[in-house]
Design a protein around this ligand. Structure first.
Ligand code: GUN
Length: 284
């Protein structure tokens, strides 16, 4: 059996069209959604990501500003900038691209962003809201994974075993919480897990979010399982690849997300969704 693809580009196009429509309606009422993106330093991958985020905003009809600073920007100056954006009524979402230079404390920066504008969903208040089922912003990558599951009819995961590989604050942990909220039975595996394959072979849904190639191979997957690949790595030829051995796993799984063209485009799409939602809440 060859797995069916969950096409992140197609789903993104569909969701972004809905976002653009809602944004136009809000703009007509005088509340154009606005996102501020802050980039500190010259990490080339970060530069590409922020460019894509700003372009996605423009395509959806949002207002956006990209603020670029040299790597020697002081932490105090960055915090001051965030405070100003917290108080700017034209800005509904604030995103500080990570990683930040070593002399700046990520945690302090994230906690300075107003939870009402935390469209990355990284603030402790956002993580807490997700944990207890309150209104907040969901981290974009796991939120995108949930949308992908929903797109294949898996909105409610009652009776299903979901296995998350990875426990980062940005993906693994919020992913586990979202799956739990969708009624899945959730297992979180990580570098300290003894026999990963023994656990993933029991999974109806596997989310691989480690950042390492071939973390999940065909022998580790239950026939027919849904496999979501969050990884973004390079293979020996320099080609983009995920955490999953795609060629092998697609022969066993029922559904699989490709890399590229899977989770990646959904992350930016959900950033748009969160920013729109922030603007709608501000306008209410
Ligand atoms: N760096 C890598 N991914 C992300 C993300 O989703 N948001 C931010 N702010 N920085 C990142």
């Amino acid at each position: 059996m060859t797995a069916q693809l969950i096409d992140g580009n197609a789903l993104s196009t569909q969701v972004r069209a809905e976002v653009a429509q809602r944004a136009a309606a809000l703009t007509a009422r005088g509340h154009r959604p606005g996102l501020a993106v802050i980039l500190v330093g010259d990490n080339p991958a970060s530069a590409v990501y922020v460019r894509n985020k700003v372009k996605a905003c423009a395509d959806a009809g949002f207002h956006s500003v990209l603020e670029k600073y040299d790597a020697d920007l002081s932490e105090a100056a960055l915090l001051e900038r965030i405070e100003a954006l917290n108080n700017d009524p034209a800005i509904h979402g604030i995103l500080v691209q990570l990683p930040l230079p070593a002399h700046i404390d990520d945690h302090k920066v994230i906690e300075t962003i107003s939870p009402a504008k935390d469209v990355d969903g990284f603030h402790v208040a956002s993580a807490g809201a997700l944990m207890v089922g309150e209104v907040g912003f969901k981290a974009c990558t796991p939120y995108g994974c949930m949308k992908m599951l929903e797109s294949i009819g898996l909105k409610d995961l009652r009776g299903q075993h979901a296995v998350v590989i990875g426990r980062s604050n940005i993906v693994g942990k919020p992913m586990a919480m979202m799956l739990l909220r969708a009624n899945a039975t959730v297992t979180v595996c990580h570098s300290g897990t003894a026999d990963l394959g023994a656990i993933t072979r029991q999974a109806d849904v596997v989310v691989a979010a480690v950042g390492k190639r071939n973390v999940l191979t065909a022998d580790m997957v239950k026939p027919g399982a849904v496999v979501i690949d969050v990884g973004m790595n390079r293979n020996d030829e320099g080609k983009l690849c995920g955490d999953v051995d795609f060629a092998g796993v697609r022969e066993v799984a029922g559904w699989i997300t490709p890399v590229p063209g899977g989770v990646g485009p959904m992350t930016i799409t959900m950033l748009l969704v969160n920013t729109l939602e922030a603007a709608e809440r501000a306008a209410a």
